[in-house]
Structure formats: C-alpha cells, structure tokens
Design a protein around this ligand. Structure first.
Ligand code: HEC
Length: 115
C-alpha cells in the first residue's frame, strides 16, 4: 500500500517541525537582521509608539503563535491581520519564528512572572 508510507512521512514531517526548539543565538541574529528593535525598542520592551507592543520576556509559545498568526493574516479565524507586522512575518520561515520567539522570550521583561 502506497498510502501508509505517505501518511508516515507526512506525520513525521509534522512532528519534526513541531519538535524543533528555537535557538536563542540564531534568533538574536534574526532580530538584528530584521531590525525588530526599530519598532519594539532597543531592548524590545520600550516600543516607539504606544500602540506598538512590548515583546521582551513574553512567553515563547505566545510569541511563536503571534508571529505565525501575522503570517496567516486574515485568511482564517486564527490569523491576525496587521499591515505592519504582516509584512514582517511573511518573510519569516516557521523555524526562524521559533528562533525569534526563543530569543525574545529570553530577554528580561515585565510582561510575565518568571518562575
Ligand atoms: C515597522 C515596525 C515593526 C517592526 C520592524 C517589527 N514589528 Fe512587531 N509589531 C509591530 C506592531 C505595530 C505590532 C502590533 C500589531 C497589532 O496591533 O497586531 C507588532 C506586534 C508584534 C508581536 C505581537 C505581540 C503581542 O503581544 O501579541 C510580536 C510577537 C512581534 N511584533 C514581534 C516582532 C519581531 C520578532 C520583529 C522582528 C522580526 C518585529 N516584530 C518587527 C511593529 C513592528
């Protein structure tokens, strides 16, 4: 049956994508490359305008999910439509979003209570 190998490789693909852990150092380089600080502030917690969010120290899974939502845009019920962040997120791969999320979450911030 051709069906079983196909389903197995699809399942493994999905699992390996989800198991990839974000790399803080790679995320730092991406943050510099895409100049996230130009809007979110040099430490990513003093944004340039009140309607621009603080992101430093936010939960990693929240950050990853938010970035993915901007990439999805308004095309589904889980997407976030935003011209500014949509433009940023659309150029990122899922692995890059994981790296960025790991880096941003590692920064000191006042958004979440660290255990
Ligand atoms: C040109 C300005 C600009 C740049 C550059 C920018 N952002 Fe944003 N970002 C915004 C704005 C504005 C919002 C709020 C959008 C909204 O209202 O949904 C936002 C929202 C976010 C959010 C959602 C925060 C939350 O609390 O839900 C995350 C995460 C984020 N940005 C990460 C990044 C990362 C990582 C980079 C660099 C790759 C980046 N941003 C670059 C302007 C920017």
């Amino acid at each position: 049956m051709k069906f079983i190998p196909l389903m197995t490789s699809l399942a493994l693909g999905i699992i390996s994508t989800n198991l990839y852990a974000g790399d803080v150092e790679a995320g730092k380089k991406l943050s510099e490359k895409y100049i996230c600080a130009s809007c979110h502030g040099p430490d990513l917690k003093h944004p340039i305008a009140p309607n621009y969010p603080k992101i430093a120290g936010q939960h990693e899974d929240y950050l990853y999910y938010a970035l993915k939502s901007y990439k999805v845009d308004n095309h589904s019920q889980v997407g976030r439509g935003n011209a500014i962040m949509g433009g940023q997120a659309k150029q990122l791969t899922l692995a890059e979003m994981k790296d960025l999320a790991a880096y941003v979450a590692s920064l000191p911030g006042d958004l979440v209570v660290k255990k």
